[in-house]
Design a protein around this ligand. Structure first.
Ligand code: URA
Length: 436
């Protein structure tokens, strides 16, 4: 194989064979493809795309570049959920324990936040002692004993994706539906799951800004899942504004706990129940309504919260910090309210600007090396459609002196207040795949 020939084939709109793709990705994994050739090929794919066979071969090549976790010794169905990333999205932290409490196992390899979006791993690390770097053997053991486990990507999982993602990040080649789809699915399929539920975010706080783009990504992801024998369903969900009220790591953990206590913001609770219902339909063959009933019963009985406590304990944390509204989690010293400049209704609340304001406080990172401050963030008091009087609080910033002024300015820009509320927008825009 000469990489330059593959680049020329793709550049001219040709197809790469499964053999060529497999060989290429093996060479990428061992560092035998120079970055200039890797980048040129990625750019050709951005413009020319990959057809279904190429996409399957690309995903399989990245999957086989590392270890595929063997979960055959763990009894029961294993189903995971993946979100394409948003602001205030702490669903995994309430969903994984709730679904595990209903008897479906959840082996979750989760990500860190990048840019204005948050990551489950950073949120979980705000729980003192919580370990996210867990060897595969212990991952399997916790999954078997507790029913759910949430860890960071290890070096063994899809190393070709790690290398290519780093290259894409600095060569303007992230924004390609086949490359995104293969990247996500190679990591998820390496977890040893039986089925997968996807939460594809749509809106100004998401990767995919329009429903049409999100639908194309969902279809590419589902197609890979189907061709690889893993039933996959996607919900397209709204990310025009943040999910829930809390944005920032410890604040989001506390809000996820509220949902498991049977409280919490309605949108976060609803999305958790709908994604959970998809997971139970795939994992246990229940109907949508029976799944919802079972999940709601586990919320009401406190079984979901009990399961989260068990996960925290199994992964080295102290579940007591979750009590009394997360009083034992890191707390920011300064709390400053943003007052509404006029009376009216919140016409829109820009999720990306809220995410960037949280980043300025230290809740997110610009580069993978930046350190996160787990305590800081934003709690929204008003969201889209809410009425507000001039001078009332729109949101509270939890921060340290550094960065607060700039964050407040961005947050102010995120709110648009007008006389009339906007037309209501559904939380779940569409369901793709599956049988119902
Ligand atoms: N998330 C991933 O894991 N990969 C991408 O390419 C984009 C988002």
């Amino acid at each position: 194989m000469r990489v330059v020939d593959l680049i020329k084939t793709k550049r001219d709109g040709g197809r790469l064979s499964a053999g060529e793709i497999g060989e290429l990705l093996r060479a990428v994994t061992v560092g035998a493809v120079p970055d200039y050739q890797g980048s040129a090929l990625l750019m050709a794919i951005v413009f020319r795309g990959l057809d279904d066979d190429e996409l399957t071969a690309w995903t399989e090549g990245m999957l086989r570049s590392g270890e595929v976790v063997d979960l055959s010794s763990v009894r029961g169905s294993k189903v995971d959920k993946h979100s394409t990333g948003g602001v205030g999205d702490k669903v995994s932290i309430c969903l994984a324990p709730l679904v595990a409490a209903c008897g479906v196992r959840v082996p979750m390899v989760a990500g860190r936040g990048l840019s204005h979006t948050g990551g489950t791993i950073d949120k979980l690390e705000s729980i003192p002692g919580f370990e996210v770097n867990i060897p595969i053997q212990r991952f399997r053991e916790i999954l078997s004993r507790v029913g759910a486990v949430l860890i960071a990507q290890t070096d063994e999982i899809a190393p070709a994706d790690r290398k290519l993602y780093a290259l894409r990040d600095v060569t303007g080649t992230v924004e390609s539906i086949p490359l995104i789809a293969a990247s996500i699915m190679s990591k998820k399929l390496a977890e040893g799951i039986d089925a997968l539920v996807l939460d594809v975010k749509v809106g100004q706080g998401a990767f995919m800004k329009t429903a049409a783009q999100a639908r194309r990504l969902a279809q590419a992801l589902i197609g890979i899942g189907q061709r690889m024998g893993k039933p996959t369903v996607a919900l397209l969900s709204d990310m025009e504004q943040p999910l829930g009220l809390a944005v920032g790591n410890a604040l989001e953990v506390a809000e996820a706990v509220e949902v498991l206590e049977g409280k919490g913001p309605a949108d976060l609770r609803e999305l958790t129940l709908e994604l959970g219902s998809e997971m139970l339909q795939l994992g246990r063959g229940l109907t949508h309504d029976d799944s919802r009933r079972e999940l709601e019963a586990r919320l009401a009985s406190g079984a979901g919260l009990e399961k989260l406590r068990a996960i925290v304990e199994a992964q080295g944390g102290d579940p007591k910090v979750l009590e009394n509204g997360g009083a034992g989690l890191p707390q920011a010293p300064e709390k400053i309210s943003l007052a509404a400049p006029r009376s009216g209704s919140v016409r829109s609340l820009n999720a990306e600007l809220v995410g960037r304001a949280a980043m300025l406080l230290g809740a997110g990172r610009e580069t993978l090396e930046d350190r996160i401050d787990p305590a800081v963030g934003i709690v929204l008091q008003r969201k889209t459609g809410d009425a507000v009087q001039a001078g009332e609080a729109l949101a509270t910033v939890h921060g340290r002196v550094k960065g607060i002024g700039e964050a407040m300015l961005l947050l102010e820009r995120a709110y648009r207040i007008e006389d009339e509320p906007p037309p209501s927008r559904p939380l779940i825009l569409e369901r793709i795949g599956g049988s119902q």
